[in-house]
Ligand binder design. Structure first.
Ligand code: NAD
Length: 321
């Protein structure tokens, strides 16, 4: 078995690699060639932790595995990341473990890749201003990946606690893009693409704020009860997702579906657009929403690339069980 450390993942997998892997596995999911298995997520009654598994199998790439981990809210006080995860890949022919891959950086990369892929396929080609709602751990990853998909000239951002926006400002500066902290009305008025990446349980953006032609990637809602945007936005938009059942159950779409504002059948897998099975021609005034719920196959796809790259770079460690 191979061990790919967090550092080896950082050193070997780039944003373009992650976006290509995620784009390809979204297409495989939509084609029925790759399947996510039911997610387990439980409060363990210790350290306030949420722990679970996301797993799946990609028949085309022969990638079988599981990402296990969760959320330990006390970790930051210990100098550790609150989100902790590890990926285990198996040989689909024998069930033997193939590789153990550090999953923390990989999770940030694959989540950023998902909103970037949605921008690639759904946002207006002339999108010039990027809006970011949220400024936690994940936000700079979303920003950097998004900047690679369009010629964005400005980033406008909002966070509940504005002092946390420094990391986003630094990421924009690093990319040579102008950055401004704004209120949410201004953000929606100016941004052509909006990424929401918060842990919020109520709508932060209302339908009256959203301009025609906007693309919104909702990335924070991955659990029952969470919410980032007004369900009325979804009712009036073309809605896409990574996995329809998960969007309707635990994604941003959960509220609109529960309120009968949209039918689960109306939510489209972005993978269909990637494969051209469902060509999407954006009309000028259309609002598009990508509900990025986060699926195990994204993790496995990027972990597979990490293994390939780390082996090539000589940073994979061989171990036997
Ligand atoms: P974080 O804890 O570092 O940051 C949380 C962010 O949410 C901060 O910007 C905070 O200000 C904001 N926030 C929290 N409560 C809020 C409220 N009531 N109103 C407004 N803003 C609020 O978390 P992170 O690592 O940046 O992740 C952000 C969210 O994305 C989390 O909820 C996480 O579960 C989710 N996530 C989703 C995926 C996916 O694939 N969809 C992957 C990773 C993380």
């Amino acid at each position: 078995m191979l061990i790919i450390s967090e550092q080896a993942v950082r050193d070997s997998v780039g944003r373009a690699d992650a976006a290509a892997a995620v784009e390809s596995v979204f297409a495989a999911m939509a084609a029925g060639d790759a399947r996510n298995f039911p997610v387990v997520r439980e409060a363990i009654g210790h350290a306030d932790a949420l722990y679970g598994f996301k797993s799946g199998f990609d028949r085309g790439e022969l990638t079988l595995g599981v990402k296990s981990g969760g959320y330990w809210p006390g970790n930051a006080a210990r100098g550790l990341t609150n989100h902790q995860s590890t990926v285990l890949l198996f040989d689909p022919d024998t069930g033997q473990p193939r590789a153990l891959v550090g999953g923390n950086y990989l999770t940030a990369l694959r989540t950023a890749a998902a909103s970037a892929v949605s921008i690639r396929h759904l946002a207006r080609p002339d999108a010039a201003t990027l809006g970011i709602v949220g400024a936690g751990h994940q936000a700079p990853f979303q920003l950097r990946a998004a900047l690679e998909e369009r010629r964005f000239q400005r980033v406008v951002a909002w966070n509940r606690s504005p002092e946390r926006l420094n990391d986003l400002a630094a990421a924009a500066a690093e990319a040579g893009v102008a950055f401004e902290t704004v209120d949410r009305d201004t953000l929606c008025r100016q941004a052509d693409v909006i990424i929401t990446i918060t842990s919020c349980f109520e709508p932060l953006l209302s339908a009256r704020q959203i301009r025609p032609g906007t693309h919104i990637a909702c990335m924070g809602t991955d659990t029952a009860g969470k919410q980032e945007i007004d369900p009325a936005i979804l009712a009036a938009a073309e809605v896409f997702t990574d996995e329809v059942a998960q969007a309707a159950g635990i994604g941003e779409c959960q509220h609109a579906v529960a309120q009968g504002l949209i039918a689960a059948e109306a939510i489209r897998p972005v993978g269909d657009v990637i494969r051209n099975a469902d060509t999407f021609a954006r009309a000028a005034g259309t609002v598009t929403v990508f509900d990025g719920t986060g699926v195990g196959l994204q993790d496995l796809a990027v972990a597979r690339v990490a293994v390939e790259r780390a082996v090539a770079a000589g940073s994979a460690v061989e171990a036997s069980l």
